[in-house]
Design a protein around this ligand. Structure first.
Ligand code: NAD
Length: 500
């Protein structure tokens, strides 16, 4: 019998002190594999708690913005080292709290470690420009400035990696943070912030308010002292966040949903494409913004691809992610389980052919968790809702294509634009696809998941609003440019006028 850890004590973190919500309200985080297991009890914050957290962040900003970039980078680096040391413990906590299998939970923590190491280096490299002035005895240059207090709002599916993508660069750029993590994964969020505290982050530089989106989240995006909001989540909520930020003239960065496709052309290595589809569609139980939820397959390879995928997916082991043999964990909660099954019913009604799964699994070990069987539809056409809407579960749709052009057209035929991939052995087809695919991320001969932190991450169309996370551009959403002119001529010089 495995020993169940004591529930996490989920007080807010405000100005360096752990505090309950002002009105004493709490909520629980429970394990999706064992719904009776309480992972922690957390403060359910209201606008009063958000006010306290913003005040603490604003007070800490005065000194943090003056801390040299390399010194801020050192703290980020030390936090990455703390995460590295605690990787296994954090991965286990993550599997308990949100269900992804251990090997993927380790990958999630690793992504945060990589992000910390990468962005810490930017502390000695956050270049501005020095450019020639049009006038004599005058210099012109730029430097990055922090925004001030920024609000960070995250989803549950990458409960340590996504906070790291936002909080590390926000801090490096000199901002202070109020962090409202997803209500399904508060324990992981707290563990991430504890790594920063252990690394020596001064009090008040990162503050955490636990709670619900419509309460704590809403108060955070509306707070007049919050100068920027970095949000990852659904399109529906993202649109709302954008409107509120627009009215307040706040910087707003959105990373939203996806309806990603793998394109398999006739000349593809079918076995390789099946490997990719299996990982892309069913990894993290399909709960990735980049999940391969559409498989656009050219007619010549449709039959072998479909048969192999069905056979391999049927053999996937579903269960508690803490069991190292399990390949597909539970889905996050009861509501999401119902939503995923609702899409199965919609697909059947629309005339798609259900060739695998399509059911809740509640027998034996699955009885007290939220498990859904890997599900495949074939004969899916572009107009169907299962081909257009994000399901966020272990469901994928095989869509036949007549030729390469048709395949690219189908792949581009959604409102989303996050990640698209193509399997082909023809270099010309590969480069054409790279050019034509409408997405922020394109893969050749790899599935739609697997981004690395040194490149920008984000999407076009309804997937976002033009910002990117990770890579060197990660600093852009968290900084303003200041242009500086230094005139040492000793007399008045007029730009655009005294240029002769
Ligand atoms: P969600 O939109 O329901 O919630 C995201 C966060 O927003 C949560 O912290 C929630 O509490 C908060 N929130 C909800 N209402 C709010 C409000 N009115 N004001 C402020 N905050 C509010 O999304 P989710 O279910 O947690 O995550 C799944 C979604 O996230 C999927 O659509 C997925 O594609 C997307 N996602 C995108 C990326 C990306 O980088 N593009 C990465 C991971 C997940």
């Amino acid at each position: 019998m495995t020993q169940v850890a004591a529930p996490v004590d989920g007080l807010n973190l405000i100005g360096g002190s752990r505090r309950p919500a002002r009105d004493g309200a709490t909520f629980e985080s429970r394990s999706p594999a064992h719904r009776d297991e309480v992972v922690g009890v957390f403060a359910r914050s209201s606008s009063a708690d958000v006010d306290d957290a913003v005040a603490a962040a604003a007070a800490a900003f005065r000194d943090w913005r003056r801390t040299p970039w390399p010194a801020r980078g050192d703290i980020v680096l030390r936090a990455a080292q703390v995460l590295e040391r605690r990787k296994e413990e954090l991965a286990r906590l993550m599997t308990r709290e949100m269900g992804k299998v251990l090997v993927e939970a380790r990958g999630d923590v690793q992504e945060a470690i990589d992000m910390g190491k990468f962005i810490a280096g930017e502390g000695r490299r956050a270049f501005g420009e020095t450019v020639p002035s049009e006038l004599r005895d005058k210099w012109a240059m730029t430097m990055r400035q922090p925004l001030g207090v920024v609000g960070i709002i995250t989803p549950w599916n990458f409960p340590i990696a996504i906070p790291s993508w936002k909080i590390f660069p926000a801090l490096l750029a000199g901002n202070t943070v109020v962090f409202k993590p997803a209500e399904d994964t508060p324990a992981c969020a707290l563990a991430f912030v504890e790594a920063l505290r252990e690394a020596g982050l001064p009090d008040g530089v990162v503050n955490v308010v636990f709670g619900y989106g419509e309460e704590a989240g809403e108060a955070l995006i509306r707070h007049p002292q919050v100068r920027g909001v970095s949000f990852t989540g659904s399109v529906e909520v993202g649109r709302h966040v954008s409107e509120v930020c627009g009215a307040g003239l706040k910087r707003c960065s959105l990373e939203l949903g996806g309806k990603n496709a793998i394109v398999v052309l006739d000349d593809a290595d079918v076995e390789l494409a099946v490997d990719g589809a299996l990982w892309g569609a069913f990894g993290t139980s399909g709960q990735r913004c980049t999940a391969s939820s559409r498989l656009v397959v050219q007619r010549g390879v449709l039959l072998p691809f479909t048969e192999q995928l069905r056979e391999r997916a049927a053999a996937l082991r579903v269960g508690d992610g803490l069991d190292e043999r399990v390949q597909v964990g539970p889905v996050i909660n009861e509501k999401q389980l119902g939503r995923i099954h609702g899409y199965t019913e919609i697909g059947v009604e629309e005339g798609a052919r259900l060739i695998l799964g399509g059911a809740v699994s509640a027998e034996g070990d699955h009885a007290d968790g939220w498990f859904y069987l890997p599900t495949i539809f074939s004969d899916v056409r572009s107009g169907m809702r299962v081909a257009q809407e994000e399901i966020f579960g272990p469901t994928t749709a095989i869509m036949p294509a007549e030729n390469a052009d048709d395949a690219l057209r189908i792949a581009n035929g959604t409102s989303y634009g996050l990640s698209l991939s193509v399997y082909t052995r023809d270099v010309r087809a590969a480069f054409r696809a790279v050019e034509e695919l409408e997405a922020g991320i394109v893969y050749v001969n790899a599935p739609t998941i697997g981004a690395e932190i040194q490149l920008p991450f984000g999407g076009i169309k309804d997937t976002g609003n033009g910002h990117r996370e990770a890579g060197r551009v990660a600093l852009d959403q968290f900084s303003e440019w200041k242009s500086i002119y230094i005139d040492y001529s000793g007399h008045l010089q007029r730009a655009q006028i005294d240029t002769e």
